[in-house]
Design a binder for this molecule. Structure first.
Ligand SMILES: NC(=O)c1ccc[n+]([C@@H]2O[C@H](COP(=O)([O-])OP(=O)(O)OC[C@H]3O[C@@H](n4cnc5c(N)ncnc54)[C@H](OP(=O)(O)O)[C@@H]3O)[C@@H](O)[C@H]2O)c1
Length: 352
């Protein structure tokens, strides 16, 4: 089989993980990055650690000669382009492509959190590239990845999800994932799946504001109460919109909510056996806090607030979380503001 040529734009946690998995499956991978990251990949190559379908830990190191690097504003000649940027990076990336009048590949797969990102990309491309319009598909990553000590490490379990589609390129992508012994799921009701993931991602801001690892944060009863309340608000919005929510890893949002509301002595044993989160795992927003980068708050809790407003459903906890994250961003992640955000979060949880 001739290897599928895949370009990955945004080689952060997810882009690095996916690149490593695809290289393990003998895909022809091109990393599309900013100039400032090139030297690192040219000197250090790429290292990945992931959990295979058979629950085995796979650790692989790839030399710089085993993948391609692309740094221009235009795109490389590939069969499939995968966007693993954060949602807030898209307007600047689109501007880059417009300025370079780049040629687009036949299929673009978007793996962002939140709801509706791939539709937004499709609409923007239709406006600016009507003669060279790719098929734009959605996918989702239900597990966490951390980049530590030069390794892209998967820190919780799960497959890649793709919206059900007829794309030949995605079909070949799945064959390469199979070769790498990495699992994937094709999701018929992708919107329902995105909403469930959104409800879980409402915890991203809580994890970031807490400053704790995911395990410690979720074990904290105050923080867990805030998460449950944020999720409850999101659920009301989803129900009002008649979204048919899907399960993730066998859990529906309603079951998840029920588990989150269990007393501490019942909840803690579940953390180990149901959630199976690695010791130092953090959400991607918590990683943004550590790196002092702008976050996806507007597409997560902010989205629930906006949708709630249009449906006249109150979302005070999500609004509170958006405001706290905005304060931290505006104060350039100063220790003082981070400390007071954690206190505000604790206080809010104790009042629920
Ligand atoms: N991390 C996780 O565990 C996780 C889990 C599930 C889902 N997700 C979702 O997956 C998506 C990606 O998250 P992530 O955590 O992988 O983000 P990330 O670590 O911040 O990586 C994003 C990468 O995109 C790069 N980038 C941005 N604009 C670019 C451009 N114009 N050209 C080239 N590169 C560009 C950034 O480069 P610079 O560093 O130079 O800005 C960065 O390396 C998000 O929607 C996130 O919510 C993440």
């Amino acid at each position: 089989m001739k290897p599928l040529r895949v370009g990955i734009v945004g080689v952060g946690a997810i882009g690095g993980h996916l690149a490593g998995v695809l290289l393990s499956g003998q895909t022809d991978v091109t990393l599309c990055l900013r100039h400032r990251h090139v030297e690192t990949f040219q000197t250090q190559g790429l290292q990945v650690q992931y959990t295979s379908q058979a629950d085995e830990v796979v650790a692989q190191k790839f030399a710089p000669t085993q993948f391609h690097l692309h740094t221009l504003d235009s795109l490389p000649d590939v069969d499939l382009l995968i966007l693993t940027i954060k949602t807030q990076h898209w307007p600047a990336l689109l501007k880059q492509w417009i300025a370079a009048a780049t040629h687009l590949p036949p299929v673009i797969l978007c793996l962002q959190n939140g709801v509706g990102f791939h539709e937004q990309v499709a609409n923007d491309l239709q406006l600016h590239f009507p003669k060279n319009l790719p098929e734009v598909l959605g996918g989702m990553v239900p597990f966490n990845v951390v980049f530590e000590a030069g390794i892209y490490r998967q820190s919780s379990l799960g497959p890649y999800y793709f919206s059900k589609n007829e794309s030949v390129q995605v079909d070949r992508l799945k064959q390469h994932l199979k070769k790498a012994k990495f699992s994937f799921v094709e999701q018929e009701n992708f919107l329902g799946f995105q909403w469930t993931k959104l409800l879980l991602n409402l915890n991203n801001s809580i994890n970031a504001l807490s400053g704790d690892s995911l395990n410690d944060q979720i074990a904290n009863s105050n923080f867990r109460r805030v998460f449950a309340q944020a999720m409850q608000e999101g659920l009301r919005v989803a129900h009002k919109k008649n979204i048919q929510l899907e399960k993730i890893q066998g859990l529906s949002p309603q079951t998840m909510l029920h588990l989150l509301r269990l007393p501490r002595f019942l909840f803690l044993p579940l953390l180990k056996f149901v959630f199976r989160i690695e010791k130092n795992s953090r959400t991607s927003m918590a990683q943004d806090f550590l790196a002092r980068r702008p976050t996806e708050i507007e597409t997560l809790n902010g989205f629930v607030v906006t949708e709630g407003e249009s449906l006249q459903i109150p979302t005070p906890i999500n609004r509170f979380l958006v405001e706290e994250v905005r304060k931290v961003e505006a104060a350039a992640f100063s220790d003082e503001v981070l400390m007071s955000a954690r206190q505000a979060l604790t206080q809010r949880g104790s009042e629920l």
